[in-house]
Design a binder for this molecule. Structure first.
Ligand SMILES: [Zn+2]
Length: 201
């Protein structure tokens, strides 16, 4: 949500912040949650329990900004932990949750809460990465964050995988990726180990 645009009072809504690795998604999420705190709103933040980089009880960006955040296993855990008087809910690393996250965000927004969700919009092959595509469809506000292509310096929205794996999710593996632009993105050049990979895709 750009500065100057404010969610309507008395009405919930969903904001999605999405982009590639290293595009500043968590930074933007933290910035918005902090502004809500300054505005004296009650804020709760959640992250998937699988994302244990840096901190167990905080949402942390690459530049070490942080806000208090609770690690949960499933989206249903978010629903059960949101308190009665909470006004803003932040959710980081949405790509580690399953599709039921969409219903949970809808439920919270329908109750009148402002829901801010950050996550990867594409996987390592450049494919839409659930549940972000579904959230984009129902969100009131969408922000695409861009990284900088390490090859040419252009704005980058792809995550180039640098390690031999065909797992869709590599948890806490920032070193396994670099941001690339559309032109420099080479998903097929990832150093796959054919013998140790399954063949879903
Ligand atoms: Zn490039």
């Amino acid at each position: 949500m750009p500065d100057g645009v404010h969610p309507p009072r008395e009405c919930g809504w969903i904001e999605v912040i999405c982009g590639s690795m290293f595009s500043g998604k968590s930074e933007e999420l933290i910035r918005r949650l902090r502004r809500a705190v300054i505005a004296r709103q009650k804020v709760q933040a959640f992250k998937p329990a699988t994302d244990d980089r840096y901190s167990e009880d905080h949402i942390v960006s690459h530049d070490k900004n942080r806000v208090a955040g609770v690690a949960v296993v499933t989206p249903a855990d978010i629903l059960s932990q949101v308190e009665q008087d909470t006004q803003v809910v932040g959710i980081d690393e949405a790509q580690f949750f399953d599709l039921s996250l969409v219903e949970v965000c809808e439920e919270l927004a329908n109750r009148g809460l402002r829901v801010v969700v950050a996550g990867l919009d594409q996987d390592y092959l450049g494919r839409p990465f659930e549940p972000i595509p579904q959230l984009l469809a129902v969100a009131e506000s969408i922000t695409k964050t861009m990284a900088v292509c390490v090859r040419c310096g252009a704005p980058a929205n792809r995550s180039q995988r640098l390690v031999p794996s065909r797992e869709r999710v590599l948890v806490g593996a920032e070193a396994a990726y670099e941001p690339r632009c559309r032109k420099c993105f080479r998903p097929w050049e990832a150093p796959y180990q054919e013998e140790s990979c399954d063949t879903d895709a």
